[in-house]
Design a binder for this molecule. Sequence first.
Ligand code: CTP
Ligand code: CA
Length: 229
Amino acid sequence: AAARIGQGPLTGKKVLLTAGPTREFLDPVRFISNPSTGKMGLALAEAARKLGAKVTVVLGPVGAVDRTGLEVVDVVSAEDMAREVLSRVEAVDWFIASAAVSDWRPETRAPQKVKKGESPEVLKLVRTPDVLAEASKKVAGAPRRPLLVGFAAETERVLEHAREKLERKNLDAIVANDVTVPGAGFGTDTNRVTVLSRTGVRKDLEGTKLQVAQGILELLLSLPPAVPG
Ligand code: CTP
Ligand code: CA
């Protein structure tokens, strides 16, 4: 047992992550979603665990994944994800939002399968909660505000959009992910990202998702501690 008690830079720290897509059902058999597989978030979870953290992953539907050493909270919709995150975020040291949360959901969910003969011509959509923005609001001004990290999956003006999200959601850092470059983005085993911190640090990272995850955590560990308030 002694061999398993390792000391790492995150020993004694709690890290909360979101990962994977969400599903927003319009009836019992149909949903709006996106191609996220949760690989980047699960790589971050593994990397944080190896550094000694106690890791909780609020995970959208991604199929079978290795859950070794992780607390996994399975969720389906953005609303579920928001509820599970908001009930935990005040108790953690770091919150990293890597999930590809659906921005919209159908306004209503039919209790029974909609038959094709009854197909609506227009699907009315409403906004889902922004899990990261709500978590950020919840911990703003807390005496032990967690370090807050977002992702920005973009197809154009990547760094500009990422900086805007860093500001708007009041984050400590953001991982800018150009999902149009080969070997980056949804479903791949590799990634290429640029991490931007509130304090002006900028770092390009490339490699397997585990290597990129390790690079992200290393950069986060090097940031100056968050100023309360
Ligand atoms: N995010 C979230 N909840 C949402 C939408 C986004 O928690 N409903 C988080 C993502 O996990 C990511 C960050 O916010 O860490 C940015 O997500 P992104 O989709 O890039 O940005 P949005 O704010 O949704 O803006 P847009 O999709 O218009 O670019
Ligand atoms: Ca979005």
